[in-house]
Write a protein that binds this ligand. Sequence first.
Ligand SMILES: [Zn+2]
Length: 140
Amino acid sequence: MKQLLLLALLTLVGCASRGEYDFALVGPAEDLAQAQVAADMWNGCQSVHVTVSYGAQPGKQTITFQEGDTVKGQAEGTRGYTDERGNITYVHVDTPVTTILAHEFGHALGLDHRKDGIMRPTLRGGETVTGNDCAALDGR
Ligand SMILES: [Zn+2]
């Protein structure tokens, strides 16, 4: 019984210290699976838990698909953008959607660009969330 109580307390403490982020995807339904892969990259970190659901919902940060190779008036070749409220806009270009969204999730979680990991300003695809990216979350 004592062990069960201790486990319950540890679970409570663990949940309390983990930031919860819930994004709502507005765009091609087939992108949801890739958005979940991007979320799971961040879920490897101890300090955040990211979930993604389909369809706009009040109060949730949105991930919006946009046609073309320009996002919100940004320069040609821009693949994703996170606004000051943590809402994300992205396009389909040569960089995989999973990589773009994992990077933009990082901004929505409060991270700026870094020299390594998923928060590098220029990504080619294949990058993932690193231990340094997780550590940066703790320094937000
Ligand atoms: Zn960026």
